[in-house]
Ligand binder design. Structure first.
Ligand SMILES: Cc1ncc(COP(=O)(O)O)c(C=O)c1O
Length: 369
């Protein structure tokens, strides 16, 4: 007998389809009855190099401080970020991962009688954040899997309060030229908050680096979000941030939990942000791995979406079947039917030998179809 208490939750909350994360290593090992060390997880866009060694050393040095609450103002991390990015601490909102700041933007600005615009194949957290508020969704068809910024500008309605766009986008890896994003910002009315998600920005080559933080002074409705989960290798600690006009940052901070970022995460982030050697190594490894995966897909005759992230999305046809077949060998990738792409799989770039194992498992899985 069900207690019926779920029915007390509002309709919009009951309609939420929970986020499905990459399948965990421990769960897969249990199910297959093989050691965790034999599992290869390339499903959650994590950094195969691990975490920055400087971050790890900083964490060890902070273990004696865990009985204190963290600094709720994030003074030191904001100081490091401000110095690195050429912004003021008042421009920064810290989050428990960038997922947190994406939600803070929605909670701070979006009302249930308003709408949010985002692209088809956009990161799943945008619809989830909108749904939690009970606001309306405007999903704009993508063009060749990429965000169609002109169509997104046209899709803004009188009730639109927020527009989400990622660059590069996950799960497609597509990159939108900065000129097109600038044009979008110029076209969107200033009453619409534009949230630009740069979770994979560190992987862009120097000539494509984001100019967006420099646009905030002229466009105070722009919020740029970033994370330490990807290139900095700190996904498990959960730390991300938003760059925004001080007035916007102040409003977002009002809906933030007072201690939303934990102490070790902040200590590690400060050290990781200054570890240029590690970031450079992450970038080099990623570029080489993308090349290896592209070459492998070409050899197998598979189409793929050119990626600017630390993952790549490949057309395999019977994706669910191939996903399960690879899983049985202990290789975890990500099916993305939930993103409207039932014939593709997304794979995170690994180390050379991991990419090799993945490609071999993929080839065997394709032969079994
Ligand atoms: C486009 C995009 N934005 C944001 C995130 C959130 O990452 P985190 O909360 O770990 O910062 C992800 C994670 O996969 C992502 O792909």
């Amino acid at each position: 007998m069900t207690a019926g208490v779920a029915l007390l939750a509002p309709e919009n909350v009951r309609a939420i389809a929970p986020y499905v994360p990459g399948k965990p290593i421990a769960e897969t090992a249990r199910e297959l009855g093989i050691p965790e060390a034999d599992i290869l997880k390339m499903a959650s866009n994590e950094n195969p190099l691990g975490a920055s060694p400087r971050a790890l050393a900083a964490i060890r040095g902070a273990l004696g401080e865990l009985h204190y609450y963290p600094d709720g103002s994030g003074f030191e991390l904001k100081r490091v970020l401000a110095g690195k990015l050429g912004v003021k601490p008042a421009n920064i909102v810290l989050g428990n991962g960038s997922n947190d700041v994406l939600e803070l933007a929605a909670r701070a600005y979006l009302r249930s009688d308003e709408s949010a615009v985002y692209s088809q194949h956009a990161f799943m957290v945008y619809p989830l954040a909108v749904q939690a508020i009970g606001a309306r969704h405007v999903e704009v068809p993508a063009r060749d899997f990429a965000s169609d910024t002109e169509a997104m500008a046209r899709a803004v309605r009188p009730d639109t309060k927020i527009l989400f766009i990622a660059n590069p986008n996950n799960p497609t890896g597509t990159f939108t030229p900065w000129s097109a994003l600038r044009a979008l910002l110029e076209r969107v009315p200033p009453r619409v908050m534009v949230v630009l998600d740069e979770a994979y920005g560190e992987y862009l080559p120097d000539e494509l680096k984001s100019p967006a933080p420099g646009w905030i002074a002229q466009h105070p409705n722009l919020v740029v979000t970033r994370t330490l989960s990807k290139a900095y290798g700190l996904a498990g600690l959960r730390v991300g941030y938003a760059l925004a006009h001080p007035e916007v940052a102040e409003v977002m901070n009002r809906v933030r939990q007072p201690f939303n970022v934990n102490h070790l995460a902040m200590v590690a982030a400060c050290a990781a942000l200054e570890d240029e050697t590690f970031i450079e190594a992450s970038r080099r490894m990623n570029a080489a791995g993308l090349g290896q995966l592209r070459a492998g897909f070409e050899r197998l005759g598979l189409g793929y979406i050119p990626s600017h992230g630390n993952f790549i999305t490949v057309h395999v046809g019977a994706a669910e079947h191939i996903y399960k077949s690879m899983l049985a060998e202990g290789v975890i990738v990500r099916p993305i039917a939930g993103y409207g792409m039932p014939e593709h799989l997304r794979v995170t770039v690994g180390l050379a030998e991991q990419n090799e194992r993945f490609l071999a498992a993929l080839e065997r899985a394709l032969d079994r179809v």
